[in-house]
Design a protein around this ligand. Sequence first.
Ligand SMILES: Cc1cc2nc3c(=O)[nH]c(=O)nc-3n(C[C@H](O)[C@H](O)[C@H](O)COP(=O)(O)OP(=O)(O)OC[C@H]3O[C@@H](n4cnc5c(N)ncnc54)[C@H](O)[C@@H]3O)c2cc1C
Length: 293
Amino acid sequence: MKELEELGIIVKENEPMSKHTTLAIGGPAEWYLEIFSLEQLKIFLSITHSKKKALFFLGAGSNILVSDQGLDGFIVRLLGEFEMVSFSGSCARAGAGVFLPTLIKKCAEQGLGGAEALVGVPGTVGGALMMNAGTRDLEIGTLVKSVEIVSLQGIENKIDSKQINFQYRSSSLAGSIICFATLQLQEKNKDDIIRIVQEFLSYRLKTQPIGTLNVGSIFKNPKGHFAAQLIENAGLKGFKIGQAQVSPKHANFIVNLGGAKAKEMKDLIFEIQQVVEKKFGIHLEPEIKFVGQ
Ligand SMILES: Cc1cc2nc3c(=O)[nH]c(=O)nc-3n(C[C@H](O)[C@H](O)[C@H](O)COP(=O)(O)OP(=O)(O)OC[C@H]3O[C@@H](n4cnc5c(N)ncnc54)[C@H](O)[C@@H]3O)c2cc1C
């Protein structure tokens, strides 16, 4: 690991993943790395490629449930150069590590709108593209012009949006390392953008348990239904296993009341699936990603 540190990469052994997830849950990462430039990333890949260790790229940790046992291999966070945004006409080129609310604020400063509906999604550009993050108003995939990726061998590639398949909370980018994305925005009045942003944020404040430890919606909405409605109608609002609770405010959120274990979260998710399936004959598919054993 010394050779990685000499490159300027931050390397931590047995780093608790609970420090890096919005649920504050997760055992230790064998090797947690912070990489600050494309150059560092490519050298890291060339050094580690032959080591055959697992590799996981972490965004803001706002859509993952990491196991209590933690993760083997390298857990990589892209920062520095990957947190930069630049503008050309009505397009923004953003690094994978840019926090979405920050991107929307920077776009507003340039008089560029069109992404406001995503302001309440507390993830990075990389995580959002991987998940095709979205709301009922907008999915990030619809804004994408191109995505710059590198392969595990460190080879750079720029993919046009036409070559990417964005679906409901998934994309064909799975398996790639996302480095940068160019998004097509629209010129708009700055005050109008700020007003729309405020409206989206106040709606979230009213309807979601903002300020608690959670990971957003746990389940995808089944076709023709809302997962939250099904869970609420099954009488599970407020239901708890250990320190994991179905939010009394929004039934598709599970809140860590403090010190919840991944196992309690998983048990609660399973219980919800069982009860909803028994009552309504509908299978709820998790939207979040389970990471680790
Ligand atoms: C309060 C709250 C509200 C939310 N509201 C919404 C919402 O309205 N809509 C919505 O869609 N989601 C929502 N989410 C979920 C989450 O914020 C999004 O899915 C977000 O896009 C995840 O981004 P992230 O950076 O946190 O990714 P992570 O959770 O860190 O990772 C998610 C996946 O992306 C991969 N990944 C991350 N970065 C890279 C990269 N550079 N290269 C390759 N793979 C990468 C990871 O390996 C993982 O598979 C919400 C979450 C919270 C906590």
